[in-house]
Design a protein around this ligand. Structure first.
Ligand code: FES
Ligand code: FES
Length: 154
C-alpha cells in the first residue's frame, strides 16, 4: 500500500508517495527528479548511487525509500550554493573524469572523507574511494585531485 513520506533533499522539504518495495535510487531519480545518483550495479558494489544520508555516504540502491521518512539526503546538486566546491574544482583541473558516470558518487565519498581526514596520505585516499568504481580513468587523476585539495600532492 502506498505511503507518503516527507524528507529533506538538498535542503528542501519534499513529499512523495512510495510503495513499500520502492528502492530509494529510483524514487530519487524518477519521482523526485534528482538525477545525479546513477544506477550502476544495483547491488551495492559500484558506488555510483552514493548519496549522503544524514551526512554519511550510503548506497541508495540498497535502501527502501519508505524508510526515509523524516531523513535528510544530500546529493552533489546540494553540496554547494556557490558553484563548485574546492574539491570539484580540483577534479576539473586534473581532468579527473572521462564519462563522468562515477563522478557524483566519487565526489560525495571524497567530500565526506576529506571532512574527516583533511590531510590524508595517498594510501588513505586509495582506501577511501575503493568502493567507488571508475571504469574510465585508472583513478590516478581522481586521487591526485583529492591530494591536491588537501595540499598533499607530491
Ligand atoms: Fe548502488 Fe552500484 S548502483 S552500488
Ligand atoms: Fe567514467 Fe569514472 S569517469 S566511470
Amino acid at each position: 500500500m502506498k505511503k507518503t513520506i516527507t524528507l529533506t533533499i538538498n535542503g528542501e522539504l519534499r513529499s512523495v508517495d512510495v510503495e513499500p518495495n520502492d528502492i530509494l535510487i529510483y524514487v530519487l531519480r524518477d519521482k523526485l527528479g534528482v538525477k545525479s545518483p546513477k544506477i550502476g550495479c544495483e547491488r551495492g558494489d559500484c558506488g555510483t548511487c552514493t548519496i549522503l544520508l544524514n551526512g554519511e555516504p550510503v548506497r541508495s540502491c540498497l535502501i527502501l525509500a519508505i524508510e526515509m521518512d523524516g531523513q535528510e539526503i544530500t546529493t552533489v546538486e546540494g553540496l554547494s550554493e556557490d558553484g563548485l566546491t574546492p574539491l570539484q574544482e580540483k577534479f576539473v583541473e586534473h581532468n579527473s573524469f572521462q564519462c563522468g558516470f562515477c563522478a557524483p558518487g566519487m565526489t560525495l565519498t571524497a567530500t565526506k572523507f576529506l571532512e574527516k581526514n583533511p590531510h590524508p596520505t595517498r594510501e588513505e585516499v586509495q582506501e577511501a574511494i575503493a568502493g567507488n568504481l571508475c571504469r574510465c580513468t585508472g583513478y590516478k587523476q581522481i586521487i591526485e585531485a583529492i591530494l591536491d585539495v588537501s595540499n598533499k600532492l607530491n
